[in-house]
Design a protein around this ligand. Sequence first.
Ligand code: AHG
Ligand code: MN
Ligand code: MN
Length: 333
Amino acid sequence: MKRISLTQYLVEEQRLHNSIPAELRLLIEVVARACKTISHAVSKGALGEVLGSAGSENVQGEVQKKLDVLSNEILLEANEWGGHLAAMASEEMETIHPIPNRYPKGEYMLLFDPLDGSSNIDVNVSIGTIFSVLKAPEGMKEPSEKDFLQPGVKQVAAGYAVYGPQTVLVLTTGDGVNCFTLDREMGSWVLTQRDMQIPAETKEYAINASNARHWYPPVKRYIDELQSGDTGPRGKNFNMRWIASMVADVHRILNRGGIFMYPADAREPDKPGKLRLMYEANPMAFIVEQAGGAATNGKQRILDIQPQKLHERVAVFLGSKNEVERVTGYHNE
Ligand code: AHG
Ligand code: MN
Ligand code: MN
């Protein structure tokens, strides 16, 4: 098998589609390198003293794990000096992180969830990193939070890494979705899946069913129908999977179809869901759409939402097109 590295892939994509200029290529390579470093730390586990709580809270009021903090630092440090970025933002930082004055600045802005699936860190279940790339608005001088508040359709690239039995990197720059596997001996990312496509039909769904009593009627109805199986209105049996790491659930869906849901519910009516729009839902929605799937908040396409706040939350329904359209239809009835 001829091995194509991430670098070769990016260079050839630029030649073919003119979609990855040198600065964006550098950005993607730097993020990929940071993910390699995070993967290495994750795989050390207790031996690397990276498990457990950091003893602090992030802006969302969640207890930070050591790996949340470490992964955030790895991504910040890796991306500061290259000259490709104007600013960064992260789940783990209250406000944006402008590039320090000692470094040149570039035209891109990077958002990330440095460590997705934190509750799985200490139990050796797959976790990951999610990232989204935007362009700085024309004429921007000092970057501010406002400059980040662009709808997901404006993303120029998005990706995620999964630190699981294998470490993989899934990437889109708007020309389909490709997957790279980390060759640990060589230290390089190798292209292992081209043009991933989510099957439109599926028999698998993912939702945290412990919240069922709080669900709103459209979600209740949809899940009831799935659960009533071949004797219900759907006329077929469905299987359920919930990993509690969005990266791992989405990766399964990209490979064999399915629908992933984190709806808003009646527990906290003011909260439009648990997941964050700008560094979880948007990059995943971009990837899923590029792989032929769909992503909505139950009412509208996620990528069309105009963000109001950096850490804004959103309801998420994504994956196989027919299922996402059905549950979205129930909300809009
Ligand atoms: P994070 O670890 O970045 O805070 O994200 C966790 C998210 C997402 O990855 C996952 O699908 C979901 O939270 C799990 O939620 P439950 O705890 O309700 O299972
Ligand atoms: Mn997350
Ligand atoms: Mn996280």
